[in-house]
Design a protein around this ligand. Sequence first.
Ligand code: SAM
Length: 405
Amino acid sequence: MVSNKQSIEYLDISINSNSSEKCLGIIGCLGGIRDVAVTRILEVGPGGGAALDGLADYVEQNETEPIQVDILENFISKSWALQQARHRLNSLGVPTTQIAGDLTRTPFKANSFDAVNASSVMHEVYSYGGNYEGLNNAIAEISRILKPGGNFIYREVYPVDANLQTLVRQSFGLNSWKQFVKLFLPKYMSSAPHPYQPQEIGLQEIDGKLEGTIPVGLARDIQRHYITFRDELWRSGLLGFRPTTNTYRETEWLDEARTNKKIYYEFTGSPQISKMATFPKDIFAGEDAGGQYAEGELFDAVTDEVIGYALEKLRDDERLSSLVASWLHREGPEVYVYDNVDSFIQRVRTVSSKENDDDYLLELEPESVKVVARDYYSAYLKRALGEHALSDAKILMSFTKCKAT
Ligand SMILES: C[S@@+](CC[C@H](N)C(=O)[O-])C[C@H]1O[C@@H](n2cnc3c(N)ncnc32)[C@H](O)[C@@H]1O
């Protein structure tokens, strides 16, 4: 059976955005840093091929050296968007090949690639591939298959600056967040022990709020998961309305200084849940060529209200409970935050030299670490969680395979 993670809808729509950010590291490797006839790139875990589509844009607009792309996915992907991206590259003279395999033990020969690109892959390797052991094996394998001087390009959810076990105060006052935490935490906590998982969750209901002190790693994971859950509910149409994704993800602002986005939306005519949604009529802010739109802040606030109501009162609704169950199955055990930035850099260096003392992956200077803020999400988190919100961002890093001197 095709798991949720392998479904075409998940690969082609849910995770397939931000292509220019996802191919940034690959493009950074082009331009003749090494004197090779063909620059050979490995794209690991392409999902819907966003990074490759971004690379195709680049190749279309710039003169580049000859490039060859190998693709490694841990299942036989049926993603239509990925095939489209491959097709584009092929027609631009960049040959691509694709195989199914596991990053922790690939069939590639040592010293094969000039660059290995992995966007949002390592948290899955950690979550589903044996936690730190799997993560370490993947890093060692990347080091093995990279040529000397080759680059490992890493893009992930930004964790936190602190040690993941540092305790922080959290307070979930909005009903949607309270209900979500109750739903999500048991599954997450029972999936595997993580270094920042406390024996007992230190959250209690006090004066209508879920409050307490928990490790910052756990707090970050809760926040991240709420965002993905909200996305899933929107996409499902079950709330009775949904942002029209293409425009929603673009940077179209009503007021950029306030990070207030223009959100195009449509009605989905959903049953049960939309009956309570006073939302649809009230949030209309205007209409233009893109369709009807709302103010992002209001859109988010009403979404929270509907989610809170649905999770509390409509848990027996057949479509909602099945969506919740499948989301929990897919995302419930998933961990986004397994190291902070410094400990990940340290891990890469240590693990990559394990097999062969002479080789190791070193963070590429200067500016190897880029933090790309997600301003809109961060502003939303602040509104929803107040002073306890942790900001949301993506992290981009590059490492290079060096010889010990
Ligand atoms: C969240 S998706 C990211 C997709 C894409 N890179 C992007 O950023 O849009 C994670 C991808 O990693 C792949 N993946 C997870 N574990 C893997 C492993 N051990 N070996 C190869 N691919 C893996 C998944 O199949 C999926 O395509």
